[in-house]
Write a protein that binds this ligand. Sequence first.
Ligand code: ADP
Length: 405
Amino acid sequence: MDTILVVNAGSSSVKFQVFALDGDGRLRREIKGQMDGIGSRPRLRATGATGDTLADRAYPIESVQDVPGALMLASAWLRDELQLSPLAVGHRVVHGGPDYDRAVLIDHGVIARLERFTTLAPLHQPHNLAPIRSLLANFPALPQVACFDTAFHRDHDQVADHYAIPRGLHDEGIRRYGFHGLSYEYIAKTLPQVAPDIAKARVVVAHLGSGASMCAIHGGRSVESTMGFTALDGLPMGTRTGQIDPGVILYLMTAKGMSPPEVQNFLYRDCGLKGLSGISNDMRELQNSSDPRAAFAIDYFVYRVALHAGMLAAALQGVDAFVFTAGIGENSVGIRARIAERLAWLGVTLDPTENARHALRISRADSRTPVYVVPTDEELMIAQHTLSLLLNRHSSSRPKRERAS
Ligand code: ADP
């Protein structure tokens, strides 16, 4: 069986999926797996296409020391027990910096370039790159593809790409990149099939998961994002602040004596729904709680989503449709209803029955602005990019030329 391996490597876990290539060139998901507890309690879990358990086993701590080690172990399991040797590996890489506006076939030069962007995403980029480096060293003939969370947004207009800082800093890379690009690209590519009426229109997509952002899409292209230089900006998330006055950071450092690593940890891990509620970063838990702090965290989340919808509507000069996706967007009837209520001024009227049954279109037939729920699939997007680069090796490792500013 010809397969593509998709890898999403984090600091203490490696998620992977295996896609089989049909005779007609289509990709079919065969396996979903995860190595977690790296450095503490390593565990491999994997399920097949129908959700059947293929593996659930613990390993001694010393057998899985780091992220590359975890991927090696998962690859050995695929090879030795399932006789699967992928044709290519597609990796989720958080940052393509200013250079990459599309996925790229990896070689040593590409890795060197991507290493330069580590300072732009210190919590993610090193973990994304480590298994790539290790696979390149151990299997130099195995094609690997990097797929970026930033790439889909690289076409933004200059005014959307800049901060009001001296231009030299922009040239150095301090820009509004935007993230969750693989999710938005998947939605943009899926709309022509699931909602052809709005595929070419002005659409606000809300990716509401543990990480949350929103994207303004026009004619299938990203125009604006709520995230910027890092994945901290915009909406409040499970544990991240979302938009915050930079003066607060200065205050934390000067008045509270917090060091830069402490501030970083605080902004990424202690804020958002968790910080506001003091209970949980998980939306389900908050919805099930009777604690008024949980209710307040939800109120804040809903308010901020609606506030940013207004900003994106301004970027698009109007909204023709609204799309919910990711964990909260795809599953929470209540949060969708509350956000839609706040979007009434944009012409949104939800159909409670359709919303409750998670229909594709959850707005009323007479809603001026239709609202959709479209499940995202970032892994399929990565597999598709990997396959197309594999089939078309020539357009490989050249970064996009910078546009004149
Ligand atoms: P990520 O991939 O960023 O880890 P997900 O897209 O899986 O995150 O989203 C996780 C979030 O989705 C969590 O806050 C979780 O509580 C929320 N979620 C999942 N299912 C539901 C549900 N039925 N109702 C409310 N929230 C849900």
